[in-house]
Write a protein that binds this ligand. Structure first.
Ligand SMILES: NC(=O)c1ccc[n+]([C@@H]2O[C@H](COP(=O)([O-])OP(=O)(O)OC[C@H]3O[C@@H](n4cnc5c(N)ncnc54)[C@H](OP(=O)(O)O)[C@@H]3O)[C@@H](O)[C@H]2O)c1
Length: 350
């Protein structure tokens, strides 16, 4: 495994792949609200294998459940709870792990049940630490933008969390770019604990981050954790039947239960892209998954910004496939071809 400093203004080193927990390995059975039951044994194997392979960086959020999205209030927090329990059961050494979690999503129905207010953050950081069975997290992110809380209130609260040793570093996720710059400038002007990392969606099919987030990260010397690096599994090639040139939805795959995904990705334009992409991967003797991840890893070098893909894994072999991607070094002609096919397509934001 290779490691990288998460940003050039911070000493924290993380593996070049991070393990995500938004969707976890699932059993075919659902519970009474329609959430898939989590395959705890498989997730435990994934966690152990990831750690043994050198992945030290784990991404979660207070809201995540692992088997349903959007997450009902009754299910919020399950991913953190399970992660905390399995870290203990596997005896993983805390000091070798870099654990990131997030705040902002709705956690209760009251008026202060979501957002980035001091009231909500101070409550939720304690809840996350208790669910994770940890004394501190390594990175605490604002998960979403909160237009109703003054930015300085959030930043001062975050600063206090670092002072109190509850988190070591700070991050921002999904904040619209012009507000993002405001947060970063205010933090600098006020001399508060700096934000070191941004978390945004970035993959070969969804390259909006290149327009604003990546230039902002470079200017402020921040790293980026890239979520949905496989476009939620799309870039694995499993949704296309090359022979019949048609879309297919495998049973139990994410698209089979996240219907909003179908509308966004399953277009004629994307079908042509996917066929070209899968065939190109085949010509290189790698899998589409590996090509998509190798491309993202290469973008780090091209944009001169640490870019760390957060992989989602629902089976142990997904992890094995992803690990091999770190050994692939794409050449100029590969990048040229992938640009040619990917810059023609567009995926609607939600
Ligand atoms: N900040 C945010 O708002 C935000 C938003 C989204 C995600 N995230 C973070 O980013 C992480 C990754 O996001 P993501 O899960 O969307 O990532 P992704 O890597 O784009 O998608 C992962 C999914 O693709 C499928 N897959 C992966 N490898 C495969 C393989 N080799 N063969 C076939 N299918 C494969 C699996 O889904 P199925 O097997 O179920 O089809 C897997 O759950 C999350 O866990 C979370 O930690 C953050």
């Amino acid at each position: 495994m290779k490691y990288v400093r998460i940003s050039s203004n911070c000493g924290l080193k993380v593996s070049v792949l991070s393990l995500g927990t938004w969707h976890l390995p699932r059993l075919p059975e659902k519970d009474d609200v329609g959430a898939y039951k989590i395959d705890v044994d498989e997730f435990k194997k994934v966690l152990k294998k990831a750690f043994d392979a050198g992945i030290n960086f784990i991404d979660t959020a207070n809201k995540y459940h692992g088997g349903i999205s959007p997450v009902p209030l009754s299910h919020a927090g399950y991913a953190e709870r399970l992660l905390g329990k399995l870290i203990k059961e596997l005896n993983l050494p805390r000091e070798e792990l870099v654990i990131a979690t997030k705040v902002g999503a709705q956690m209760s129905s009251g008026p202060n049940g979501s957002g980035l207010s001091r009231k909500h953050i101070v409550w939720q950081v304690k809840e996350s630490l208790s669910r994770l069975q940890l004394e501190y997290v390594d990175i605490y992110y604002a998960h979403v933008f909160d237009p109703e809380t003054p930015k300085l209130e959030t930043l001062r609260t975050f600063n206090d969390l670092v002072r109190r040793g509850l988190t070591l570093h700070l991050g921002l996720s999904n904040i619209p770019p012009h507000h993002l710059v405001d947060y970063l400038r205010i933090s600098e002007i006020e001399g508060l604990e700096p934000v070191v990392v941004l978390q945004y969606k970035y993959n070969l099919m969804e390259r909006d981050a290149e327009k604003d987030v990546i230039p902002i990260a470079r200017e402020f010397k921040l790293g980026i954790t890239a979520y949905s690096p496989l476009a939620q599994g799309f870039l694995t090639g499993k949704y296309v039947d090359i022979q019949s040139r048609k879309w297919v939805i495998p049973e139990l795959s994410r698209a089979a239960y996240m219907t909003q995904m179908s509308k966004r990705y399953f277009t004629d334009e994307n079908l042509k892209f996917m066929i070209d992409f899968v065939e190109y991967a085949k010509s290189m003797n790698v899998t589409p998954t590996q090509l998509a991840l190798a491309w993202l890893l290469k973008m780090s070098e091209i944009h001169n910004v640490p870019i760390i893909p957060i992989i989602g894994v629902s089976k142990i072999n997904h992890l094995e496939e992803a690990l091999a991607a770190t050994e692939i070094n794409l050449k100029d002609n590969d990048l040229k071809y992938l640009n040619e096919i990917s810059l023609k397509i567009s995926v609607s934001p939600q």
